[in-house]
Write a protein of this length. Structure first.
Length: 202
């Protein structure tokens, strides 16, 4: 097997989103958001991280956060559409169920002034444990900058979900290597091999 430098670009989807009272500060980074397509997860009963940024979204101004979860990603293009399909929901504080969500650029988790919405906000509870899918439409993204997807159970609902589609992003940026990789080129699958490269000075 011949190893190419592109093997360095592989991105493993993290085991799950951050949640609970420190969820915003502990959010995992997904370098290649396209790898999130097909990912399945769930909201949790671990409580919410406050303040709730829904308050600064005109289309979700009356919504609250009960059990929000968080993913970071690095943008590679100016727009992105991500579709979330909730299912197998259990009600929280009322009979309506579902997942609400939005995408933000975050500078400070402790203040609403630290959140800048970059997408629509979706918040629609339904009297069904299999709510309809919804799409978040992000615009004005700067390639190379980090953005955050926040999802929350409507009324504290616990829902499973699948990311069914990610549109508009182009995969990760190839890293700029300061020089060629040095090491064996023919290796067996599963082998642990050490490679070296020159270190830039600056």
């Amino acid at each position: 097997m011949v190893l190419l430098p592109s093997i360095l670009f592989a991105q493993i989807i993290p085991g799950g989103p951050s949640d609970g009272p420190n969820g915003c500060d502990d959010r995992p980074l997904i370098c290649d958001i396209v790898t999130l397509q097909g990912y399945s997860g769930s909201t949790s009963a671990s409580g919410a991280d406050q303040p709730c940024p829904f308050q600064i979204n005109p289309d979700c101004a009356g919504s609250t956060c009960e059990n929000n979860i968080w993913f970071d990603f690095t943008a590679t293009a100016a727009t992105m559409d991500i579709t979330i399909d909730p299912f197998n929901c259990e009600p929280g504080g009322n009979t309506n169920m579902g997942i609400q969500g939005a995408i933000y650029q975050i500078d400070d988790c402790s203040s609403l002034n630290g959140f800048t919405p970059v997408s629509n906000c979706y918040s629609l509870g339904q009297a069904s444990n299999d709510p309809v899918p919804f799409t978040l439409f992000a615009t004005g993204l700067t390639p190379g900058e980090t953005y955050t997807i926040m999802l929350d159970g409507f009324g504290g609902a616990i829902c499973q979900f699948t990311v069914t589609e990610v549109v508009g992003q182009n995969g990760v940026f190839p890293p700029e290597l300061p020089g060629p990789l040095v090491g064996p080129m023919d290796v067996c699958p599963g082998a642990i091999i050490e490679y070296c490269m020159p270190v830039g000075i600056g």
